[in-house]
Design a protein around this ligand. Structure first.
Ligand code: AMP
Ligand code: GLY
Length: 479
């Protein structure tokens, strides 16, 4: 396969994927990005949808590449990674940035992720793994701390973890996961129940990102994700309702601590376990009085953190990916604009909450996708109701900027953009302060809409750095 310079294929179809495509094209004037399966609503001359590509089937990407040769493929969706997309593309002769399925199992199996951390001295909460419901319940009745109950594998809407206040809630979560596993096993799509029960931590969560080349890690700015469905961090966990960057507690000292406590041991662990991991790692951690403690390792960038972190990157991303492929990332630095960003997810909620027969809306249950989206019209002068591509209303230094990233939105046969899933769009504001960034994001939302649109009104509100925790005892690790 002869690589073709300045062309890449990005495998994704989320708001994160759009942000990665935007990063490639904004930081390199020559690159063309094929985006598969991508999104046909994105209006950019160098982001070309590749709708024939399926996340579930790497052969579709191999077929696409036969007629659209590229320099390399960037795989950033866990569904594709976890079933061996990277290996399949390499076997077909392509250069690929992304972890193999064995490396992506750090995300796709919570047990694997936790055991990896424990084995390599990365701080994690106390945890136990269960395949037996009675034993899990017995354990929950015996521990002195509050628990989080997690199902081992990937879940479609990000609700595979139940954060519990009481043992009774945790036992109910075990029963729910057991019933779901039994149903899946009866349908032939699961080989049984596997649960992780872990100590519930308190503190502020932080999303930590690094680009890996197998030897070195280049840290990207931190972010804070809003995983709960409703205002005030109420409601169940979901894929995320918004995010801000940088994290309110960000400082050079914290970044150094995160590198030393989490990223460097992760790199050493990958090498020790012989895991082939290139591309982004996303470590979800809790900042606790005993130091940062890992909640999850993910084998791709966060969605929607990508939408607040990547627009601030000024370094040529094509060049960074070339360095990854050459295992030459060590010594590189990342240039960023230092602005604050706030991203708000617009999701497909209930069409009529007063109607008891209306579908309840994402992520609570079934939802009525297919709604027409306004405020997405291409062309027209840049402004709040302008195109759905990045770089509108941009100040001279990139501040006072709003961006719209496309997730579950597709054109119908008549060309009308329609909702096609839970999280539809991510609206991002950028400014010199977080307050300015959030005001711009919420102002922009006034100009976008679809029937049943729902969003959290408190993303980025009332954030101040957490009080200094004092000298932190070393984080607890289990050996
Ligand atoms: P996960 O499914 O592991 O990605 O967790 C989803 C969310 O559940 C996290 O972002 C946290 O908000 C919460 N969570 C998970 N594990 C813990 C824990 N041990 N303590 C407190 N909150 C947690
Ligand atoms: N921001 C949450 C996730 O990407 O899983």
């Amino acid at each position: 396969m002869t690589p073709v310079s300045d062309k890449v294929l990005v495998i994704d179809g989320t708001g994160r994927g759009h942000a990665i495509c935007e990063l490639f094209t904004r930081t390199n004037p020559d690159v063309t990005v094929y985006y598969g399966p991508g999104c046909d609503v994105i209006d950019h001359p160098r982001i070309v949808p590749a709708g024939s590509v399926s996340l579930a089937d790497p052969a579709t990407a191999v077929d696409f590449l036969a007629t659209h040769p590229v320099e390399f493929v960037f795989v950033s969706h866990i569904d594709a990674l976890s079933q061996g997309y990277v290996e399949a593309l390499r076997a077909a002769g392509h250069r690929v940035v992304g972890p193999t399925a064995a490396a992506a199992a750090l995300e796709s199996s919570k047990t694997r992720g936790k055991e990896f951390c424990r084995d390599h001295g990365i701080p994690v909460p106390e945890f136990e793994v269960f395949t037996d419901v009675a034993k899990a319940k017995e354990f929950l009745g015996s521990v002195p701390y509050r628990c989080v109950v997690k199902t081992d594998g990937l879940t479609p809407d990000g609700d595979g973890s139940v954060v519990c206040d009481t043992a009774a809630e945790a036992i109910a979560a075990v029963d729910r996961f057991a019933a779901e596993a039994a149903e899946a096993a009866a349908g032939g799509s699961s080989d049984g129940l596997r649960l992780v029960v872990e100590e519930r931590l308190t503190g502020r969560e932080i999303s930590v990102f690094a680009l890996l080349d197998g030897d070195s890690a280049l840290l990207f700015p931190t972010a804070m994700d809003y995983k709960r469905t409703l205002e005030g961090d109420a409601g169940k966990n979901c894929d995320g309702m918004g995010s801000v960057a940088p994290h309110p507690d960000d400082s050079p000292g914290l970044r150094e601590e995160l590198r030393a406590a989490l990223v460097d041991p992760l790199l050493r662990g990958l090498r020790a376990d012989g895991l082939d991991f290139t591309g982004f790692v996303y470590i979800g951690a809790m900042l606790t009085p005993r130091g940062p403690v890992v909640i999850e390792i993910n084998a791709r960038f966060g969605d929607s953190e990508a939408q607040v972190v990547l627009p601030g990157v000024r370094s040529d991303f094509l060049d960074l990916c070339r360095a990854v492929l050459a295992r030459d990332l060590g010594g590189r630095r990342l240039d960023t604009d230092g602005l604050a960003r706030c991203s708000v997810a617009l999701v497909q909620g209930c069409l009529d909450p007063a109607d008891p027969d209306a579908l309840i809306g994402w992520p609570f249950g079934p939802f009525a996708a297919g709604q027409p989206v306004r405020g997405m019209a291409p062309a027209g002068p840049a402004g709040p109701a302008g195109p759905a591509g990045p770089a509108e209303t941009q100040g001279p230094d990139g501040a006072d900027d709003t961006l719209v990233f496309c997730a579950n939105i597709r054109r119908d046969a008549a060309g009308t953009p329609r909702t096609s899933g839970g999280r539809v769009l991510h609206v991002v504001g950028a400014g010199h302060t977080l307050d300015r960034a959030r005001r711009l994001a919420y102002d922009r939302i006034e100009h976008v809409g679809f029937p049943g649109m729902r969003y959290r009104t408190d993303i980025g509100a009332g954030l101040a750095p957490a009080p200094a925790a004092g000298p932190a005892p070393r984080a607890r690790t289990r050996k």
